[in-house]
Ligand binder design. Structure first.
Ligand code: OGA
Ligand code: MN
Length: 285
């Protein structure tokens, strides 16, 4: 089996064809996929009709999987279900239901699990049912944006540590969203502001919606810097917007990529999406 890799934009994203990753593959077949992951940061596969078990099996090639947090209802141990459909009744959830409001946090630029002591390496999102319009997933390269900084700007970031806090970021959606039990599950963590890819040595900065402030800096000053970095990584030249087709699998490198979901007509269209998340290396700071 030989795969074809096609770049999607200058700075981020590649599409891979010529392989059925729903079926077991060996290490030799996985190696070029892992290389492409390190090189292009976002990988797109089409026509991958995954079951949850098959998605878990493929995802485990990247490493050990994260288990889902308590507040993620409906999935399984390894499957985060971010659908707008009730898994029990199979009906579209009311747009003001807790789950929909909770998942709308994904519409802010973020990197998955940066609020955990060991943040995520990779996320694999399978589009099982997708709306005909809206709900694109957008990606921005924190690596390409870092490379565009002046060396003085890069040096200013070196050694900085940010506090990432899920209660802070979900509080931006609705201060009442999380109860104490949920908040206590995810205490604030420290993350390096500059991270290095261990395979190719490329550096990127590391920020996103969960990043609250910078250790030893006045809160507002650190927050402003972290937001400025988000703005830089999401400039058009560093982004790729994925328009979903059913059975797409999209993989992204959470170490160096921000992502967010675009909204859609949630009262009208079903969107059934299952994510597996590969644990990374940590702590980073
Ligand atoms: C996620 C996420 C965005 C989307 O699953 O981690 O942020 O478009 N999803 O659903
Ligand atoms: Mn996410």
């Amino acid at each position: 089996m030989s795969i074809t890799i096609r770049k999607l934009t200058e700075n981020i994203g590649a599409e891979i064809t010529g392989i059925d990753i729903t079926q077991p593959i060996d290490d030799a077949a996985f190696a070029p996929i892992f290389d492409a992951f390190n090189e292009y940061s976002v990988l797109v596969f089409h026509d991958q009709d995954f079951t949850d078990d098959q998605q878990v099996a493929f995802s485990q090639h990247f490493g050990a999987l994260e288990t889902t947090v308590k507040s993620n209802i409906g999935g399984g141990t390894y499957i985060a279900d971010i659908s707008n459909v009730d898994p029990e009744t199979d009906e579209i959830l009311p747009v003001d239901s807790w789950r929909i409001v909770y998942n709308s946090g994904n519409e802010m630029w973020h990197t998955d699990s940066s609020f955990k002591p060991v943040p995520a390496l990779a996320s694999l999102l399978s589009g099982r049912e997708v709306p005909p319009e809206g709900a694109e997933t957008e990606f921005g390269s924190m690596r390409a944006a870092y490379a565009s900084l002046t060396s003085a700007e890069q040096e200013r970031l070196e050694g900085l540590v940010a506090v990432h806090d899920f209660s802070y970021s979900r509080g931006l959606v609705d201060p009442e969203l999380l109860d104490d039990e949920h908040k206590n599950e995810t205490p604030p963590v420290r993350q390096a502001v500059v991270r290095v890819n261990p395979v190719n040595g490329k550096k990127g900065f590391y920020t996103g919606s969960h990043a609250s402030h910078i250790v030893d800096w006045p809160v507002e000053e650190g927050r402003a810097l972290l937001k400025d970095l988000v703005a830089r990584a999401t400039r058009p030249e560093f982004t790729y917007s994925h328009k979903w087709q059913a059975k797409d699998l999209v993989i992204w490198d959470n170490r160096c990529v921000l992502h967010r979901g675009q909204s859609w007509d949630k009262a009208r269209y079903r969107r059934v999406m299952h994510r597996t998340t590969v644990a990374g290396d940590g702590p980073t700071a």
